[in-house]
Design a binder for this molecule. Sequence first.
Ligand code: ATP
Length: 237
Amino acid sequence: MLLKVENLSVSYGRIPALTGLDFHIDEGEIVSIIGANGAGKSTTLRAISRMVKVEPGSKMTFMDKDLLKYPPDKVVSQLGITHVPEGRGIFGNLTVKENLHLSAFARKDAAEVKKDISRVFDIFPRLKERYTQKSGTLSGGEQQMLAIGRAFISGRKIMLLDEPSMGLAPLLMQNVFKALKEINKEGAAILLVEQNARLALQFASRAYVLETGSLVMEGDSKKLLEDPEVKKAYLGG
Ligand code: ATP
């Protein structure tokens, strides 16, 4: 098992956002979490990347290590966990090139980094054309590609993706998801959080349903796609 989360609870001030989540992700697996607005999907990713404080009694184990002992920067550099947040988390004042190189800051294997950057360009040729452009002036879709490219370089074990479909035209969205499948084939597990439940269930092999801070359903994502309750609540009937 790659990631094991037990009894995960998070509160913002006094307001609970997550209450006692249990879930896991295996090596190389694609798992989705679906749920309505405000259910706690982003918060779940923030807890794993250590961006929010968890409540006492929460437990997270990544490759047999206690994740709660790692601060956010070490989660990326030592464990290979990257988080692509909603809104993408790229540095707008830096060029595409600078953003990609920055994501390799913790890696010492310069030759491998170079190989990975050229792999990112194979997957997203558009980024190669825009190598010297300031990232803040890229289109929304191009910024999404850059954010995923950065995650590919820094997080080779697991990518935590928050709404990667947001703001993308259908064709571009398909390309981004195709690229994510390729990145996954190269070994990175993916935990995907999506409003677009149909897309999330088609993409993942397994999924969890989050409702107001609690997991209420889990299973094979193809089965969830056929589940009458899931259909009614998340797939538009
Ligand atoms: P969406 O699909 O709308 O992005 P989500 O499932 O990702 O929603 P979260 O963003 O995790 O939901 O939010 C879960 C709950 O925690 C919501 O009620 C939200 O208002 C609250 N919340 C999130 N961030 C904060 C914060 N920084 N301070 C206070 N409350 C917060």
